[in-house]
Design a protein around this ligand. Structure first.
Ligand SMILES: Nc1ncnc2c1ncn2[C@@H]1O[C@H](COP(=O)(O)OP(=O)(O)OP(=O)(O)O)[C@@H](O)[C@H]1O
Ligand SMILES: [Mg+2]
Length: 544
């Protein structure tokens, strides 16, 4: 394909000639009294003038575009059949084809990858404006790859794709990834191979595993750990735990109490919405925020990171003595509840929050932190939780907790993978929370990876769309016919891509990385296959 810019001066002078010709014709026809062609001529004049003005004002440009198609065949008959097939496809799209019958040598030279167009003359190119020329470019680029990163698969043209989520500008504005596809299209497999390969490059990862399907890969492939989250059993994670974070602008550490207060508010409002089907009232929000701030203030926790510690040198229970500074005991949900109870106008809120306290069905997070995240890959297994709301609540708390313990604490590149993230998109507060994490994550070298079979849940609300648009890398696997067209429209895919998405299976996807886009087959390497496959049957259908 050759797209050659035409000099503005030449275009303007040609257009001016055409305008003048059309205008003279208009005068001639009018004087002759032939008025039927006048409106058509007026339209032509207006169109030409519009283009000329756009080019004069530098808003548009003109290009000569030549598209050469090489057809290969096993013999003359085969070649003819193939040529006819190509011609009929193009004819359906109102495209005229010019076979280069007596100009084979020029044609051959032109299709060699030397950028040397030897076919010229009348009828060998079309004039296109900038928009037209841009629309000529194919959906898939033959090459889509980063100079660093891990292997993902091959494009349809057969070139390997390497992906480095942390590569930064100009390739990717942020490390976040969104993966969408129908059930069985290959989302989990994609996430598993990505995790494994990234962990080899030193990227630490935490995974939200809803189906216990990562367990085998965690144990045998990544050398990681699994933390089980069960209903009613203390999970060893405290959502009120707070950590110091590094301000990327000043490079100083500080404790961001305001962000923590906002996270707790989002958590409680999701809990209230899911449990009582209502939003938090403005009065309740104010009291809640005040109570959370007071809990930290009582422990003298301020923006100074040193305020998270107290001097040791004393007995901290049994035969254990603390030497040096020890971390202060953090407030728990019970303490927050007790504080709220003492405030006016909170009786209903306190009632709703009761099941979230220790000993009750949702009380697994009313505890102090005892889990650590030292392994290179840590998965949180939520498979024992059956009820959808409890799952969302548990994921929300773990995400919020892990954010402080993981994203803010470790230097270096990190990923947080949330499989089945559509649950977050169901409620405005939780969807907003994902977006907030994405925004904060970029500054802390933390990539958020969300995968979902229900892209429509994300597209249905503004917060969900915001989450998608904050992911610079988007992996569109096979889509159901019911959503394919909507996906094509929302992701601004070229014509016909909606239909194509429906044909993708087993890890075939449309990969958008920054401004590039290509059709890619995610490749599972033989040694990975037995650990990443999912399926029915004993032991999840794994190959032994
Ligand atoms: N890249 C791939 N190469 C080969 N086979 C694949 C690939 N991706 C997926 N598959 C096949 O498809 C099956 C289902 O994939 P996967 O579990 O990733 O689907 P999913 O999109 O996560 O589905 P669900 O929404 O139900 O969780 C795999 O067990 C595997 O057999
Ligand atoms: Mg899956």
């Amino acid at each position: 394909m050759y797209i050659r810019p035409v000099s503005d001066r030449k275009v303007i002078s040609n257009l001016t000639d055409k305008v003048v010709t059309a205008q003279s014709q208009w005068i001639v026809e009018k004087n002759r009294g032939v008025i039927t062609r006048l409106p058509e001529l007026e339209n032509i004049i207006r169109d030409l003038e519009t283009i000329r003005e756009a080019i004069q004002c530098n808003r548009d440009r003109m290009f000569h575009v030549t598209v050469l198609i090489t057809v290969h065949g096993a013999g003359e008959d085969d070649l003819n059949t193939r040529c006819e097939a190509v011609e009929s496809i193009l004819a359906r799209r109102a495209t005229e084809v010019r076979p280069l019958t007596f100009r084979q040598l020029d044609a051959l030279k032109s299709v060699l990858p030397a950028g040397n167009l030897c076919v010229y003359g009348k009828g060998t190119f079309r004039n296109l404006t900038l928009g037209g020329a841009a629309a000529v470019l194919p959906v898939s680029s033959a090459v889509l790859s980063h100079p660093s990163g891990v292997f993902l698969g091959f494009t349809s043209a057969g070139s390997p794709v390497f992906f480095d989520p942390f590569i930064g500008s100009p390739w990717l504005p942020n490390p976040h990834v969104a993966v969408f596809g129908y059930t069985g299209s290959g989302k989990s497999v994609t996430l598993k191979v990505l995790t494994g390969r990234l962990s080899l490059t030193g990227v630490r990862t935490i995974i939200f595993d809803l189906e216990a399907e990562y367990r085998r890969a965690i144990k045998h492939l990544y050398g990681g750990e699994t933390v089980l989250v069960e209903p009613g059993v203390p999970a060893g994670m405290n959502p009120l735990e707070i950590e110091a974070e590094r301000d990327p602008d000043t490079d100083k550490e500080y404790v961001n109490i305001s962000d923590k207060v906002a996270d707790v508010r989002a958590l409680i409002s999701t809990a209230v919405r899911g449990f009582a089907n209502r939003a938090l009232e403005p009065g309740e929000v104010a009291v809640l925020e005040e109570a959370v701030r007071e809990l930290y203030a009582e422990r003298n926790i301020t923006s100074d990171p040193a305020s998270l510690y107290e001097p040791g040198g004393r007995r901290i229970g049994g035969d254990t003595y603390a030497i040096g500074n020890v971390r202060k005991r953090m407030p728990t949900l019970s303490e927050l509840h007790a504080k709220l109870e003492k405030k006016p106008g909170t009786s209903n809120l306190c009632l709703i929050l009761k099941p979230f306290l220790r000993g009750n069905s949702l009380g697994m997070f009313d505890c102090e932190t005892s889990v650590d995240l030292e392994a290179p890959v840590v998965a949180f297994d939520f498979s024992r939780i059956k009820d959808e709301f409890t799952k969302l609540y548990a994921m929300f708390v773990v995400l919020s907790w892990a954010w402080h313990k993981f994203a803010l604490r470790y230097a270096g590149n990190k990923m947080v993978i949330v499989d089945e993230a559509w649950m977050f998109a169901k409620w405005p507060d939780s969807a907003k929370f994902l977006e907030t994490l994405a925004r904060r994550g970029r500054k802390h070298h933390t990539g958020l990876v969300i995968a979902s079979q229900h892209v429509e849940e994300f597209l249905a609300r503004e917060e969900g769309r915001a989450v998608i648009s904050s992911c610079a890398t988007q992996v569109l696997l096979g889509q159901n016919p019911t959503v394919a067209d909507q996906v094509a429209e929302e992701f601004k895919l070229p014509d016909g891509m909606g239909e194509r998405l429906q044909t993708f299976t087993d890890g075939r996807c449309l990969l958008k990385m920054g401004n590039g886009m290509a059709e890619v087959q995610i490749t599972v390497l033989p040694y990975e296959m037995q650990f990443v496959r999912t399926g029915s049957g004993k032991d999840g259908g794994y190959v032994q």
